[in-house]
Design a protein around this ligand. Structure first.
Ligand SMILES: O=C[C@H](O)COP(=O)(O)O
Length: 250
């Protein structure tokens, strides 16, 4: 049996960043701090910055990704971008199923699964997000929700290289609240065990990221939890020094 790949710290800029924000990307990519870390680093920028950021970071340790893709390769889908467009813009990863899309655009597990398949077809690594709402947690449904989202959002042919799972409790996103260390450990152990029931040994070693108000002050404690193989970072990824401080935990 192999080992879990190198940890991944992934930034998600969401709908933030104009061209002048590329200076933050440049700082991260050129940083000696990053070069010294034993981590894969990725920033998922808005589609408008994707190609510029990818060209700027070519040959550096920083990868650039997108935040969503359509499941079709092309066609009459106004406003959407396809996985092949992301790959053509030199992006390497795409986030799918973020709770802001599950809730704001009513994306369900089946559509997230189709997007994951499309990402793989274009050679992208898919970061598949799952997580319970506060109501579901209070109703003691967290593990049922995670089981359902994993079963529905992941295709059968995922590998530890082409797929990453991000566990993000919805109530911890952008709120400054983080799940307790015990809750993170329980959720990640559960996800690992669900993967090992469905997939072979190699595949069940895919990276599991925690997301939800991760910042320099709490990153070390969270990233040390067993089965936490990195973080999906929103707000704190917008500032190069904060993102680098999180990477430097590794
Ligand atoms: O994709 C990132 C997550 O939604 C976390 O965002 P946050 O770090 O701002 O809470």
């Amino acid at each position: 049996m192999g080992s879990v790949p190198k940890p991944l710290v992934a930034g998600n800029w969401k709908m933030n960043g104009l061209r002048d924000s590329l200076a933050q990307i440049e700082k991260v990519a050129a940083s000696e701090v990053l070069a010294a870390c034993n981590v894969d680093a990725l920033i998922c920028v808005p589609a408008t910055l994707l190609h510029s950021a990818a060209v700027m970071t070519a040959g550096t340790p920083l990868r650039i990704g997108a935040q969503d893709c359509h499941h079709q390769e092309g066609g009459a889908y106004t406003g959407d971008i396809s996985a092949s467009m992301i790959a053509d813009s030199l992006g390497s990863h795409v986030i799918v199923g973020h709770s802001e899309r599950r809730m704001g655009y009513r994306e369900d597990d089946a559509s997230i699964r189709s997007k994951t398949v499309a990402a793989h077809k274009s050679g992208l690594t898919a970061i598949v997000c799952i997580g319970e709402t506060e109501e579901e947690r209070l109703g003691d449904q967290t593990l049922d929700v995670l089981r359902r989202q994993l079963a529905g959002s992941l295709p059968d042919d995922v590998t530890a290289e082409n797929t990453v799972i991000a566990y993000e409790p919805v109530w911890a996103i952008g709120t400054g609240r983080t799940a307790s260390i015990a809750d993170i450990a329980e959720a990640h152990a559960f996800i690992r065990s669900e993967l090992s029931h469905r997939y072979d040994d190699e595949c069940s070693l895919m990276r599991l990221l925690y997301g939800g108000s991760v910042k320099p002050s709490n990153a070390a404690e969270i990233l040390r939890v067993e089965n936490v193989n990195g973080a999906l970072v929103g707000g704190a990824s917008l500032v190069a020094s904060d993102f680098l401080a999180i990477c430097s935990v590794y």
